[in-house]
Design a protein. Sequence first.
Length: 237
Amino acid sequence: MNIIQSPVIEQNIELKPDVFFNVVFEDPFMFREELSHIDDQLLSGDDYLSYWVDGAKENLSKVAFLVDNPLKIEFDQKKTDALVQKDVQKRMAQERKDEYAELIQKINEYIEKISFDYAIPLTFDTDISLASFLKAVSLTSEADYGTYFDYLVATIKKISFVLGYKIFFFVNLHDYLRSEELQNFVRSMRQLEIDFVLVSSHRPNTVLDDEFLIEIDQDKAELHVEPKNQMSRIING
C-alpha cells in the first residue's frame, strides 16, 4: 500500500484506485504553509511529507508533481520535447532508420543543387544525426486541445509518461471542473494508473462518492467525510 503522511494531518492519505483524497484547509495560513512545504519538498527534496510504499519510506520528490494552477499547468517543455525526441529515436525500428538514411541522402542532393550556382563556394553538414533532425523540425507532443478537460488530461498524461511523475497534487481542482467532469477526470487518472491528491482552500459544493474529504477547520480540528456513506467523525487538533 502507498501512503502519504503530513505532520499536520492525523489521517493517512492512502493512494488506492477506489478512493481519492481531498484535503481542505479552512485557515488561509495553513493552506499557504502546506502548499509551500510541498513545493519546497518537490523542488529540493526537503523532508516534509512522508511517502511509504509497502512499509518502506521512499523519496516523494522523485515521483510527485504539484499542479498549483490547473488552468495553466507549468512544466519544463524543452526538457519534455528533448525526452520525446530521444524516446522516438530509441523506439525506431531498423526499417525507419534505413528510411532516414535514404532521406538524408536526398536532402544532401537537394542542398548541393541549390548551392551549386551560388557566387561563392558553400559547404554543409552531410551527416545530420536523427536527434538533430528531430530538434530542427521541432518534434513535440500535441498542443491543440478542443476543450479544457482535454487539455487537463492530456497535459497530466504527458508529464507522467515523459517526465515519469506518478503522483500529482492538485490545488483547488474542484473549482475548474463540473462534477461529471471531475468524475471523468478521476476515471481517466485511474486508467492511466496515476495517483493524485487534491489540496483545497474550501470545501467543494459537491463531494463525489469516492472522495475522502479531510477538512482542517480554523481551530485545527480534523473532520473526515468518508466515501459513499458520508459518515463524519472529528479529531481535535
